[in-house]
Design a protein around this ligand. Structure first.
Ligand code: THU
Length: 157
C-alpha cells in the first residue's frame, strides 16, 4: 500500500489591483453580474464571467426556482450562455464572485462540484487550460486550470 498526497497550486492576490488587466476586467464583470442574481430563496448573489478566445466576455448570475433543483448556479448560467451563443469560441477563463445580500463576501465563494465538472467539459472541448478566478472582498484566488480545482477530472472521451 502507498499513501499518496496531492499538491494543489493557486495564486492568492490581496486586491484586484494586483491582477493583470484581462483578469481584473473579468473579475469586475463577475462582480457586476451579481446584480443580475435572482435569489429570492438564498439571498446569496453569485455572478460569473467567462472570457472567450476572441476576448468576448459572457456573464451569468444564479437563478433560483421554487422547485429548488430547477435553479442554476451563476457559473453554469454563464458557461451555457457562452456555449449557446458562441459555440466555436474557446472559453479561456472564468471569474466567480458572490456574497450574501448582494454584498461581495470576505472570502471567495468556491464553485460547486457540478459547476467544476462543467468547467472541465469546456476545458476539454477547447483543448486549452481554463483559468478560474475566485473573487472576494479581501482576496482573489487564481487557479491556472480546472484540474487544480477539480483533481481527478472525470473524462469519458
Ligand atoms: N451558487 C452559485 O451560483 N454558484 C456557486 O458556485 C455556489 C452556489 C448559488 C446557488 C444558489 O442560488 C445560491 O448560490 C445559494 O446556494
Amino acid at each position: 500500500m502507498i499513501r499518496k498526497k496531492l499538491d494543489i497550486a493557486y495564486t492568492e492576490y490581496s486586491s484586484m489591483d494586483e491582477l493583470e488587466h484581462a483578469d481584473r476586467e473579468l473579475a469586475l464583470a463577475a462582480v457586476k453580474a451579481m446584480e443580475n442574481s435572482y435569489s429570492p430563496y438564498s439571498h446569496f448573489h453569485v455572478g460569473a464571467a467567462v472570457r472567450l478566445s476572441d476576448g468576448t466576455i459572457v456573464s451569468g448570475a444564479n437563478q433560483e426556482n421554487a422547485a429548488y433543483p430547477s435553479g442554476l448556479c451563476a457559473e453554469r448560467a454563464a458557461m451555457f450562455a457562452a456555449g449557446s451563443m458562441y459555440p466555436d469560441r474557446d472559453m479561456l477563463s472564468i471569474a466567480v464572485a458572490g456574497g450574501p445580500g448582494g454584498k461581495l463576501a470576505g472570502e471567495p465563494a468556491t464553485p460547486c462540484g457540478a459547476c467544476r465538472q462543467v468547467m472541465a467539459q469546456y476545458q476539454l472541448k477547447s483543448g486549452h487550460p481554463m483559468s478560474v478566478l475566485l473573487v472576494s472582498d479581501s482576496r482573489i484566488w487564481k487557479f491556472d486550470r480546472v484540474d487544480d480545482i477539480l483533481p481527478f477530472i472525470f473524462d469519458s472521451i
